[in-house]
Design a protein around this ligand. Structure first.
Ligand code: AKG
Ligand code: FE2
Length: 361
């Protein structure tokens, strides 16, 4: 059917979910089907806490490089920890961002012979407590709060598309699953080399996850969302809100009545200083083949037909069949040095070039 395109991103208020749930679910359904992005207000993560987390995030990135490199992902087959600027690749181009990936704290249990995706679960790499007091506690506290918010929203998402509230969490999130988040710093253009361009992170969809909760930690533009016509719409930060977007896992499981919309980040304009953001990804389970749920026909009929996108779908069929291997391949194509050290054979078997990458060992 012909559907309206979007030129801005809707704001949904969780307070409305408590006072007028049908209204909230109606607006949410529209956002899921036609936009794939929305701001959420009325959550209960306090600004005081978020300011504390932001200040520690800035302090982390301000540490001497040698200190940050002690937490480098090269020490983690789980792809947790620090990535130096330019280390990550999206659409075959370097991203101009530094990041620190974190997760709920779990141990590495994988052993030779076990499915390869189990290697993606493991411990965080923390800077020494004396180097950055309070950092570990604040990041883990944020993880818990963002996880709670993401689960609350996932229940509303299910209801909005005609499902029982708990079905997504019960069937597609495993107890004790590791969900990831990251602290991200995007330098302004004048802090980069002239040849670096302005790709903070290239056009992509969030892969394999159910949904993303993104805190835009300072008031800088950069995040853009691609509408159906292929135009880039600014997701300007709105104080007191999180940006929520849909991952390809959820899109697949609900037959595209929630869309994993393509987005990108541009480095901030000259003179504005770095932009900081803190996404949390509620993952869909990757330990078995996933089968989409049945969605009522009248909701399926609301889906737009064609959508323009600048992000390709890599390894898509593999995601349906074997989400575990798919997710590992995705990580190794983004982080070639970690791939060269821990997954060289798998990378080679799938044509992912890690030759000549300095694996740091
Ligand atoms: O930093 C942002 O605003 C968005 C980051 C993002 O899209 C991602 O890391 O998947
Ligand atoms: Fe993203």
């Amino acid at each position: 059917m012909t559907a309206p395109d979007f030129s801005s991103i809707p704001v949904l208020d969780l307070a409305v979910a408590r006072t007028n749930k049908p209204r909230f679910l109606h607006d949410l359904k529209h956002a899921l089907i036609h936009v794939g992005f929305f701001y959420v207000a009325g959550h209960n993560i306090t600004q005081t806490f978020l300011d504390h987390l932001t200040s520690l995030t800035i302090k982390y990135f301000d540490l001497p490089l040698a200190e940050k490199l002690k937490t480098d992902k090269i020490h983690s087959p789980t792809f947790l920890g620090y990535s130096v600027q330019g280390n990550e690749i999206t659409k075959n181009k370097k991203d101009n961002r530094e990041q620190f990936d974190f997760a709920n704290e779990l141990t590495q249990r994988w052993q030779e012979g076990r499915p390869i995706h189990e290697r993606l679960t493991g411990p965080n790499l923390w800077p020494d407590e004396s180097v950055l007091p309070g950092f570990r506690d604040a990041v883990l506290d944020y993880h818990r709060q963002a996880n709670d918010l993401a689960e609350e929203l996932t229940q509303y998402v299910a209801e909005a598309v005609g499902l029982a509230p708990n079905v997504l969490l019960d069937e597609f999130v495993v107890k004790g699953q590791q969900h990831r988040g990251k602290l991200v710093k995007y330098p302004a253009i004048d802090e980069l080399d002239a040849t670096d361009g302005d790709q903070g992170v290239g056009p992509h969809r969030d892969t394999s996850s159910l949904l993303t909760i993104l805190y835009q930690a300072n008031d800088l533009p950069g995040l853009q969302v691609q509408n159906h016509a292929g135009e880039w719409i600014d997701a300007t930060p709105i104080k007191g809100t999180f940006v929520v977007n849909i991952g390809t896992g959820l899109e697949y499981l609900v037959q595209r009545v929630a869309v994993a919309t393509t987005h990108r980040v541009l480095n901030p304009p000259p003179g504005r200083g770095p932009r900081y953001s803190i996404p949390f990804f509620l993952g869909a389970r990757i330990d078995k083949k996933l089968t989409p749920l049945e969605i009522p026909q009248h909701i399926l009929d609301e889906r737009p037909e064609t959508v323009v996108s600048d992000s390709g779908h890599q390894f898509n069929e593999l995601y349906f069949e074997d989400p575990g291997t798919y997710t590992v391949l995705n990580r190794i194509s983004s982080h070639r040095d970690v791939a060269a050290k821990y997954y060289p054979e798998l990378a080679k078997a799938h044509g992912i070039d890690v030759e000549g990458v300095n694996a740091g060992y």
